[in-house]
Design a binder for this molecule. Structure first.
Ligand SMILES: Cc1ncc(COP(=O)(O)OP(=O)(O)O)c(N)n1
Ligand SMILES: Cc1ncsc1CCOP(=O)(O)O
Ligand SMILES: [Mg+2]
Length: 286
């Protein structure tokens, strides 16, 4: 979760002529590193089907998947977690259902709600809507002043959300956000990947301007290509990288710079900048 910087939420009404998976794959290839399934209209069965399809896609790219509003769907689809609003199920109830390892995110609209979410054990919070947005019509914008308050005080990761696009992302980052979240700007664009690339490069530019401590962490990080997608990782070995993708204890094989890497060697295979890795994960022992 800590490494996630660009959270993209589904919004199928914004792309009536393109499929959900095609749009979200483009976003992932552009650098979306956390995905949420949000569908306020789908009946339960359809929502679960979409969650399972997105689970398969996101797993292929090592991207965590969150389901909006429905902890039971998150569990049934083996998603990484659930996102809850202030009027949704309380954190404790979701935690009981999902256990300690899955993620629980909460929407917050004030610093008091952000403090309460942190105390209640949320893994991350949404801070917004920062700007007015057609995706949540009628909601008062919290402005970048709440972003600044959260940056000064909240220790769990927070994602600024609401009306954010490449044209105003720098302002949100300057207010103290390290992570951004978007629906319409990404999925409503004919090229979701290009929008994600722009947003990622704004995030990276803002990180470069940040503290020397962060610079040291970045120095340890390396850029590798995993299943065709450029990723930044601090993993030192192939096994540590596989763990980031949830594959360390799965039936999987890897190719490392074109050579088959047997799983027994993963702990001893050091990763370096520019490495190319392909993971193949077998489901159901096949
Ligand atoms: C990351 C993130 N932040 C906020 C929300 C909004 O959740 P909620 O307030 O429950 O509203 P709905 O999305 O359910 O309409 C979110 N989904 N994700
Ligand atoms: C779900 C949600 N919660 C707060 S703002 C928002 C909508 C974000 O969508 P967009 O990026 O299109 O403004
Ligand atoms: Mg909700």
């Amino acid at each position: 979760m800590d490494r996630c910087k660009l959270y993209v939420i589904t919004g199928e009404t914004y792309h009536p002529n393109r499929g959900l998976l095609e749009v979200m794959e483009s976003a992932i290839l552009g650098g979306a590193d956390l995905v949420q399934l949000r569908d306020k209209d789908a009946p339960a069965r359809e929502l679960l089907e979409k969650a399972r399809a997105l689970r398969e896609l996101t797993r292929r790219y090592g991207v965590p998947l969150i389901v909006n509003d429905h902890p039971e769907v998150a569990l049934a689809a083996d998603a990484d977690g659930v996102h809850l609003g202030q009027e949704d199920a309380p954190i404790a109830a979701a935690r009981e259902l999902l256990g300690p390892d899955r993620l629980i995110g909460i929407s917050t609209h004030s610093i008091e709600q952000a403090r309460a979410a942190e105390r209640a054990g949320a893994d991350y919070i949404g801070v917004g809507p920062v700007f007015p947005t057609a995706t949540k019509p009628g909601r008062t914008a919290v402005t970048t002043s709440f972003v600044a308050e959260a940056a000064a005080e909240i220790r769990i990761p927070f994602f600024a959300i609401g009306g954010i696009h490449p044209g105003n992302a720098a302002e949100v980052l300057a207010a103290g956000a390290k992570r951004l979240c978007a629906v319409s700007a990404v999925v409503g664009n004919p090229d979701p990947g290009a929008v994600c690339r722009e947003m990622r490069s704004l995030i990276e530019r803002s990180e470069r301007a940040a503290s020397p401590e962060d610079a040291a962490v970045r120095e340890r990080a390396k850029e590798v290509t995993v299943n065709g997608v450029l990723r930044t990782t601090e993993a030192g070995t192939l096994l540590e990288l596989a763990a980031e993708f949830g594959l360390a204890d799965k039936n999987a094989v890897a190719e490392h710079n074109g050579e088959v890497a047997r799983k027994a060697y993963w702990p001893f295979l050091p990763l370096k900048d520019g490495d190319r890795i392909e993971f193949v994960h077998f489901v159901g022992g096949g």
